[in-house]
Design a protein around this ligand. Structure first.
Ligand code: DX5
Ligand code: ZN
Length: 218
């Protein structure tokens, strides 16, 4: 079973309620919510007022991807706003183990994201603590970028590590996902596929979510 997680970064913010309803009524499993601070990544997405509105209306798992420095400062706020999965970047956390424990202490699921240049073996000592590993298949910061081909090998390595360490972590992939790569991604071990522009730029986003899921599970 593949989980499709539309990224609301590519939604139409003038009609946000409409796009959230679309996801609620679709075959998507999760909402993927990107928070960017303009420091860790060269872009700013949105902050707590928008997140609060999204989380109130969203009726599925709320998966928040933090592309921010010092994420520890805001863990409790994300929890209060109804976040289910909170993912921080390996590259943004000096004390990653402490950050993971702090997320889990709130009752949220903990994820760690890796930039394309960061090797999966750096997670060897925390993989059993994780609920999710997010493999970035583009450099974070923007929607609509081109998928990096090395990702397939990296997912396979992640799967090996998870099996070897008997971790229960799900493997999520984020960036440049479309109908051409969805099947191969799940074949090599991905559990959750994030898709922003592929879903929201489609003529019929609801149908696209269906098609992505079909491909991923074929
Ligand atoms: C990029 C974000 C992604 C983005 C994906 O930094 O983390 O979640 O929304 O967008 P697409 O699917 O268009 O590459
Ligand atoms: Zn993301």
């Amino acid at each position: 079973m593949a989980i499709i997680a539309p990224s609301i970064l590519s939604a139409d913010f003038g009609y946000l309620n409409q796009d959230i309803d679309l996801i609620n009524n679709s075959e998507a499993g999760w909402f993927h919510i990107d928070i960017m601070d303009g420091v860790f990544v060269p872009n700013i997405s949105f902050g707590f007022p928008i997140l609060e509105a999204v989380n109130k209306k969203a009726q599925k798992i709320k998966d928040t991807h933090l592309m921010i420095v010092n994420p520890d400062r805001y863990i409790e706020t994300f929890h209060k706003l109804g976040t289910n999965y909170l993912t921080v970047h390996y590259e943004a956390c000096t004390h990653l183990h402490r950050t993971i424990q702090a997320i889990k202490l709130t009752g949220m699921k903990a994820g760690v994201a890796l930039n394309p240049h960061t090797n999966i073996h750096l997670l060897e000592d925390v993989i059993t603590d994780l609920d999710l590993v997010l493999i970035m298949s583009v450099n974070p910061g923007f929607g609509g970028q081109k998928f990096i081909e090395n990702t397939y090998k990296k997912i396979a390595n992640t799967k090996d590590l998870i099996l070897q360490k008997e971790s229960k972590a799900l493997i999520q992939v984020d960036g440049g996902i479309n109908l051409d790569n969805a099947k191969k991604l799940t074949e090599v071990g991905a559990d959750v596929l994030v898709a922003g522009s592929t879903v929201f730029n489609a003529k019929d986003p609801m149908q696209m979510i269906h098609d992505l899921k079909q491909k991923a599970e074929s």
